[in-house]
Design a protein around this ligand. Structure first.
Ligand code: PMV
Length: 359
């Protein structure tokens, strides 16, 4: 293990040989999905997500100058598979953050949610790691505005995992070029403005239908889009929806929001099913939950909707104003469909937290 031997004197601070930094970074859930990429982890279509509050990764990076390499301790146990992934990320990031070239990293990381539960753990894990490396750069090189720091952290997160680009901000986030809003880029995500108050407090109850490891990874899924017969029309659909969803979020239009959220979820899974190597990540209880949510909505008129990530677990979305009714429904009708009745009652959050600052 590395010793935390960094200097305490003011003069030697910038030249210190070792140190530590820590970021907690949340997962995010996309309403318009990123599915299909090109080049250096660039998206084939723009996406919109909101950042979660409780589902996060906490990462501490201890660095030492003079050699290179990455060791990873995941939930306190050494994890070679994770270390290999982060070694590749560091190699890619050496171009972006030259100061890390001659550093050894010991990474201690843990999640607040079940690993590979279909909650985007790569988004929280890779954004937490990228934020740590960007803090190290800022420490040695200095001088960026907070906005520029976050844009760079988003760019670096993207090189680790595309959806991680959106996790460096709280609230509603957009990533990817669209005709509707030329301010957005494929290189990094940016926060959205003009959001109706009811969407500032959106709730997301995550139904853990299965906590088993996904049978097909997202990177394989992205790759399969290269030959998917519906790819071109799908990318156009997502581009068109950016404008419709932005308007709905601005006006507090839950009906349009819900239609897009559910259609995007089922479109994502349809694309998996219609790939050359077809696969199904939903489980029978995912479908039962979809039907129960739709019939509850019809019966009560309440604005309660679902989305899915690349896994079997539903995210149940509703405004804070109906929390009591929604929770009663979820615990009586939907929790029994989950592994060990597990529902994570999450909500929109305010973004990453720098819990260990470099001193
Ligand atoms: O970030 P990746 O490469 O794991 O892709 C994940 C894409 C989805 O989670 C399925 C959708 C999205 O936009 O987050």
């Amino acid at each position: 293990m590395l010793q935390d031997s960094h200097s305490t004197t003011q003069d030697s601070a910038i030249t210190k040989e070792s140190g530590k930094v820590g970021w907690k970074s949340p997962s995010n859930i996309a309403i318009i999905k990123y599915w299909g990429k090109y080049g250096d982890q660039l998206p084939k279509n723009p996406s919109i997500s909101f950042t979660l509050s409780k589902s996060l990764t906490e990462t501490e990076v201890r660095w030492k100058k003079g050699s290179s390499g990455v060791d990873v301790y995941f939930e306190e146990a050494r994890n070679e598979a994770f270390a290999q992934r982060l070694r590749k990320v560091v190699t890619r990031l050496e171009r972006e953050i030259p100061v890390i070239k001659d550093m050894f990293f010991e990474v201690h990381t843990k999640n607040t949610f079940p690993h590979s539960a279909g909650i985007a753990s790569s988004a929280s894990a890779l954004s937490a790691f990228a934020l740590c490396l960007c803090s190290i750069e800022q420490y040695y090189v200095g001088g960026e505005s907070h906005e520029a720091f976050l844009a760079k952290a988003s760019h670096c997160s993207r090189l680790g995992s595309g959806s991680a680009a959106r996790s460096v901000y709280g609230q509603w986030v957009e990533w990817g070029e669209s005709d509707f809003n030329p301010a957005y880029s494929n290189e990094y995500a940016l926060p959205m403005d003009a959001i109706h108050p009811s969407f500032h407090t959106i709730k997301d109850s995550i139904l853990i239908i299965s906590d088993e490891e996904k049978s097909v990874s997202s990177s394989v899924g992205h790759k399969l889009m290269e030959e998917n017969p519906y790819a071109t029309i799908r990318f156009q659909q997502a581009k068109d929806r950016i404008q419709t969803l932005s308007k709905a979020l601005k006006e507090g239009d839950w009906d349009t929001f819900g239609h897009i959220a559910e259609s995007e979820a089922l479109t994502l899974h349809s694309l998996m099913m219609s790939s050359r190597s077809s696969y199904i990540l939903m489980r029978p209880n995912s479908i039962t939950a979809v039907e129960k949510i739709r019939s509850f909505r019809k019966k009560t008129g309440l604005p309660i909707y679902f989305t899915l990530d690349a896994g079997p677990n539903l995210h149940v979305l509703y405004p804070a104003s109906i929390e009591a009714e929604a929770k009663a429904f979820i615990s009586s009708e939907l929790a029994p469909l989950c592994t060990n009745n597990l529902v994570i009652y999450d909500e929109i959050g305010s973004g990453p937290e720098n819990f260990i600052t470099i001193t």
